[in-house]
Every structure is written in structure tokens, then in C-alpha cells.
Design a protein around this ligand. Structure first.
Ligand SMILES: [Zn+2]
Ligand SMILES: [Zn+2]
Ligand SMILES: [Zn+2]
Length: 112
């Protein structure tokens, strides 16, 4: 899902880029974490995002949301399919490299 439903009006596709989610049609503009929180509430995604938006493995903003189709970052616009990211057993963040036991920052910390 390269574009997501606008977290504000819900009637069009919003774009996330450079830390902000914007929707030109309705004029919505918010920071990634703010837009992510709104999207979670609007689509009742609390089950999949129990602690709110997660840290994005790409831009490190807390703007990563999981929904039925996959992951979407409301800060940088990166997205992954449902099986595209794994959750770190140690810190609970998502990361991309499935060959690692933990996310890259925990790997560094734990294998010192
Ligand atoms: Zn909108
Ligand atoms: Zn991001
Ligand atoms: Zn970790």
C-alpha cells in the first residue's frame, strides 16, 4: 500500500514523505506520529498496534502502523507487506533483516 486512506477525511489517498503525511484534496497535514495515531483510531487498529505506532525501521520515527495489508510509515512513506518485517523479541521494534535474531540495534547491544 504505497498510499493510504487519508487519516483525516478517509476519502482519498494520502502521501507520507519527509516526516509528514499530507492529503492535498482535503488539506490535511500532520507529522508522521500524529497521522499514524489518527489512522489507528480511525480504522480501529488497536489490536494490531497495541502500543500505538511502532518505530519505522527506515526513518526511526514512531510512525509505523500495521493493518490487514501490511506496514505503512506515516513519516517517510515506506511500506512493507505483512511478511516483510519481523518483530524484535528484545525491544519489540520491527526490522527488515530476517537473518538476524534481533533488530540491528539490539544485535549490536547484545553481541558486544
Ligand atoms: Zn483527506
Ligand atoms: Zn519511516
Ligand atoms: Zn530490538
Amino acid at each position: 500500500m504505497p498510499y493510504v486512506d487519508c487519516p483525516y477525511c478517509g476519502t482519498g489517498k494520502a502521501t507520507a514523505k519527509d516526516g509528514f503525511t499530507t492529503h492535498t484534496k482535503c488539506g490535511y497535514r500532520a507529522t508522521g506520529p500524529e497521522a499514524a495515531a489518527r489512522y489507528i483510531t480511525r480504522h480501529s487498529l488497536k489490536d494490531k498496534n497495541p502500543t500505538g505506532a511502532s518505530e519505522c525501521p527506515s526513518c526511526q520515527e514512531d510512525a509505523l502502523v500495521v493493518d490487514n495489508e501490511g506496514f505503512y510509515c506515516f513519516s517517510c512513506g515506506e511500506n512493507w507487506p505483512s511478511n516483510g518485517l519481523v518483530v524484535c523479541d528484545h525491544c519489540g521494534n520491527y526490522y527488515m533483516n530476517k537473518d538476524l535474531t534481533y533488530c540491528p540495534s539490539c544485535e549490536k547491544l547484545l553481541t558486544k
